[in-house]
Design a protein around this ligand. Sequence first.
Ligand code: NAD
Ligand code: DAU
Length: 340
Amino acid sequence: MMKIIVTGGAGFIGGNFVHYMIKKYPDYQIICLDKLTYAGNLETLESVMDNPHFTFVKGDIADREFVYGLFEKEKPDIIVNFAAESHVDRSITDPGIFLQTNVIGTGVLLDACRIYGIERYHQVSTDEVYGDLPLSRPDLFFTEATPLHTSSPYSASKASADLLVLAYHRTFGLPVTISRCSNNYGPYHFPEKLIPLMIANCLNDKPLPVYGKGENVRDWLYVEDHCAAIDLIIHNGKVGEVYNIGGHNERTNLQVVETIIDALGKSRDLIKYVTDRPGHDMRYAIDPTKIHDELGWEPKTKFDDGIKKTIQWYLDNKEWWERIISGEYQNYYDKMYSNR
Ligand code: NAD
Ligand code: DAU
């Protein structure tokens, strides 16, 4: 029986991963360690809370004493680290917490792995560590060999964590893997991010704030495909390796917003062009050849199907996101968008 600590499992991708693993491996013991920041939501885990193979533990990955205590008690086999501050815009207004959680927190987890011993430490990283690609070169893609070249405090903190992870492999022989994924979308996505924000605003007939000209390109991956890739990496991936994950689903932000507007039968007049994000990355595009060839991974969900499923999920689960946008998040929204 395998025991896995999933950090950040009350967030968007971590939550989806917890559900994915419990369904696929009913005998595994899954422990979710999450600080429950503004982005963590226990309602995401409601349906598994009473499962005897699942445990929720509230705590901070950067709290060394607490993390060591948990490792000593649980003796996990695998760590999958999703816990992070994940929103680029917040990293521009308040970088400090990104260094604390994303860098120091990762360092504490790595030390715990070293001291207590594990079979695998997996770091959930991002394609943003590669910086961006120019719109004029659609032939270019990020490979695992693309140099790190970060733009925001968020991506710089994620790149720093990746370097630490690889250093612990080389120096201490820690059995690590890293995955660098493109933009995810799907159920339980916090409504500060582009897709859920636009769905929620559309449904409430609120303006849809598009940064700059809406020309920036993201490579969208349905969250379940990301979970499947991590599952393959932790079981069959080669120790010390980095795997890029992405599905060749490139869209401009404007295309994404217009797809949502049309699917919900709203007017494109809702679009409001607002001041651009400072340092805004132009285009992300992943070359997933390595994970395809070595581990047989390929995405199952095409963007046109995934976005329909996602919109339907937000229609069916209004309580989940309405509770979020009616609470503390409203203060953030006013601060971020009122004078933009
Ligand atoms: P999220 O913001 O939805 O969730 C993050 C979770 O981490 C929350 O539950 C939060 O409470 C928890 N957390 C934050 N600080 C913590 C701490 N100090 N200790 C313990 N828990 C803490 O993020 P997400 O979008 O689900 O992203 C998860 C991971 O995947 C991140 O590492 C992110 O960098 C990476 N990633 C995200 C995307 C994407 O499109 N969302 C794409 C590629 C990689
Ligand atoms: O590429 C992976 C990354 O994707 C992850 O590492 C990050 O954690 C995740 O947040 C995401 O980063 P992005 O900055 O690409 O995602 P976001 O949803 O914030 O923005 C997507 C695009 O939409 C980006 O070009 C900015 C734009 N945007 C975003 C918001 C919130 C808007 O035009 N208007 C908005 O209101």
